[in-house]
Design a protein around this ligand. Sequence first.
Ligand SMILES: NC(=O)c1ccc[n+]([C@@H]2O[C@H](COP(=O)([O-])OP(=O)(O)OC[C@H]3O[C@@H](n4cnc5c(N)ncnc54)[C@H](OP(=O)(O)O)[C@@H]3O)[C@@H](O)[C@H]2O)c1
Length: 328
Amino acid sequence: MTGHIATAPAKAPGPVLIMGAGSVGGYIGGCLQAAGATVDFVGRPRVLQTLRVHGLRVTDLDGAEHHIPAADLHLHEHVPAGLEPGLVLLCVKSPATADAARELAEQLPFNTLVVSMQNGMRNAQVAKTAAPGLRCMPGMVPYNIAELSPGHFHRGTTGHLAAQGGTELAAWQPVFAAAGIPLDVHADLSSIQWGKLLLNLNNPVNALSGLPLLAELLDVGHRRQFAALVQEALGVLAAAGIEPARLTPMPWWLFVKVLRLPTPLFRRIAARMLRIDPKARSSMADDLALGRVTEIDALSGEVVRLAASRGLHAPLNETMVARIRALH
Ligand SMILES: NC(=O)c1ccc[n+]([C@@H]2O[C@H](COP(=O)([O-])OP(=O)(O)OC[C@H]3O[C@@H](n4cnc5c(N)ncnc54)[C@H](OP(=O)(O)O)[C@@H]3O)[C@@H](O)[C@H]2O)c1
């Protein structure tokens, strides 16, 4: 195995269970196992079969690469009885959250720690409602992960994972750091989740563009569409007294302004933002291509709901919800 994994392995406080072995679950679970953690993967038969044939390969834009042979993977179609994971990472798409949480609750010990690695504002709460016996916390994955070929999950952008929690979660930080996927722990994640949601407003723009992420962001028309969605959402958040965390080097007002610049200027000013692998693409595009329900309701839909709760409208985000839903 090659890559950037730290030489001194950190001892995991317990086994990890990945609920939903797809792009996020495959990548994070693969990195953790490559760093020495015991990882169980629960996934769909189609995905598990691919992993049985190809093993699990994780790579990133900095050149790290790990391959876990199929024989070393613990793969399950359902949450096995008798597991006592120290940490569950909930990695299904938003529409699948409640069912996945119920399945976890049926098999896992009371009070098992579950971190939702999903986009959107509500998944941890949805999981908590569906599985009150588990401790479900919100998390945030800042980067783009795509399955480039069967069983090969590639991280195409940068950033730190984040999650809400206390000392129990903090005990996992050395494990994540040793796996090359540092995890920041916060007492309250909501402003970070809102910041991520603002960035995710590009997902429908990207999905409708049909382009890889980098190519789409290098098109001024698509960028201005993204900027308009963010600006509208910022207005709604301000009206609701919510301050989204800054997830890029720029404050949000400047982020919007920079997106609107002509491309040659944008390229220069946003060089760091453009540290995106040319292969990266939004998974909403994949969802549409595969005829799956997208997460648009958890992204633009959340802006529309917040606006409505304040007696406001968010017409651009509303239109985006309608356009994507029409393709479901
Ligand atoms: N990919 C990214 O770049 C990225 C980055 C940041 C955050 N996120 C967020 O992370 C979450 C996961 O995204 P993803 O791209 O990893 O999705 P994904 O590739 O579709 O992976 C999820 C996998 O979980 C499976 N699944 C759903 N319910 C299950 C169940 N009860 N038991 C076993 N497997 C189940 C899905 O199967 P079916 O398709 O059959 O349901 C799918 O194979 C989303 O909220 C997404 O917004 C993604």
